[in-house]
Design a protein around this ligand. Structure first.
Ligand code: URA
Length: 243
């Protein structure tokens, strides 16, 4: 038996919080009866659950790690017909969606799942999973400039949390530098905005790691299924770092 809101979230219908609202609003029925209390437990494949009159069919949860190429939208569809991340998982029957997003021009590690509960857990703002980015920037920032990023820099949506920064290489002739930046926040275009704020715009950006996961063995556009132990490990990380 599982909580009704959890089952709805896992079906990918809504986030857990949204599911709670739907229940409170009387939009959810279990075996034909409206349920408004949040504590109700149900048996997923036995009880008939409907949201707004539509049955939720609980798919088997699946978890993928994609090496997103740049020039691809982190979405399941695009009105302008541009390539989207799910185009790279066409053999997957389940309706997977990305966990968070990478910019159109950013390449690298992106998780996809049909497990809304899992996605919410990882995307929770309090959850501090480390993400490692490698950026090619225009210009060669001094040690002092990079220190500013390490300490935290004021952006329009507030000061960033301390980051780890390492200069990997520089090209004096071309006046570019390759810098590794490790952060655990996930604000919109955060890495690009951080470098812009110190005056070194990002020319190229790749996410190389997400928690303990990396891109080893994958080429751009390739994906692999996460191992059950990796899913478990990610869940534990998110749970412990939430409080
Ligand atoms: N930060 C960015 O600026 N872009 C991304 O895609 C991810 C992090």
């Amino acid at each position: 038996m599982e909580r009704l809101q959890k089952v709805i979230a896992q079906a990918g219908v809504a986030s857990r919080r949204k599911a709670e609202t739907l229940i409170a609003e009387g939009k959810v029925t279990v075996n034909g009866k409206i349920v408004r209390e949040l504590g109700v437990k149900v048996t997923p494949n036995k009880d008939k659950i409907e949201v707004n009159g539509v049955p939720i069919d609980r798919e088997e949860p699946v978890y993928f790690l994609l090496y997103k190429p740049s020039g691809v939208i982190s979405s399941v569809k695009d009105e302008k017909g541009r390539k989207v991340v799910t185009d790279f998982l066409q053999d997957v029957e389940q309706r997977v969606f990305p966990v968070g997003r990478l910019d159109y021009d950013t390449s690298g590690l992106l998780l996809l799942t049909n497990d809304g509960e899992f996605a919410n857990l990882l995307m929770h703002p309090r959850h501090k999973v480390e993400k490692v980015y490698v950026a090619k920037v225009k210009g060669i920032p001094s040690r002092d400039k990079l220190k500013v990023l390490e300490k935290g820099i004021k952006l329009e949506d507030g000061v960033t949390a301390p980051a780890k920064v390492k200069m990997l290489s520089l090209d004096k002739k071309k006046q570019t530098a390759i810098i590794r930046l490790t952060i655990h926040e996930g604000r919109n275009r955060q890495v690009r905005r951080m470098f812009e704020a110190i005056g070194y715009p990002v020319l190229k950006l790749k996410r190389e790691q997400y928690a303990f996961l990396d891109l080893k063995g994958l080429n751009p556009g390739e994906a692999r299924q996460l191992k059950p132990i990796e899913v478990k490990h990610l869940r534990e990380l998110a749970d412990t770092k939430k409080s």
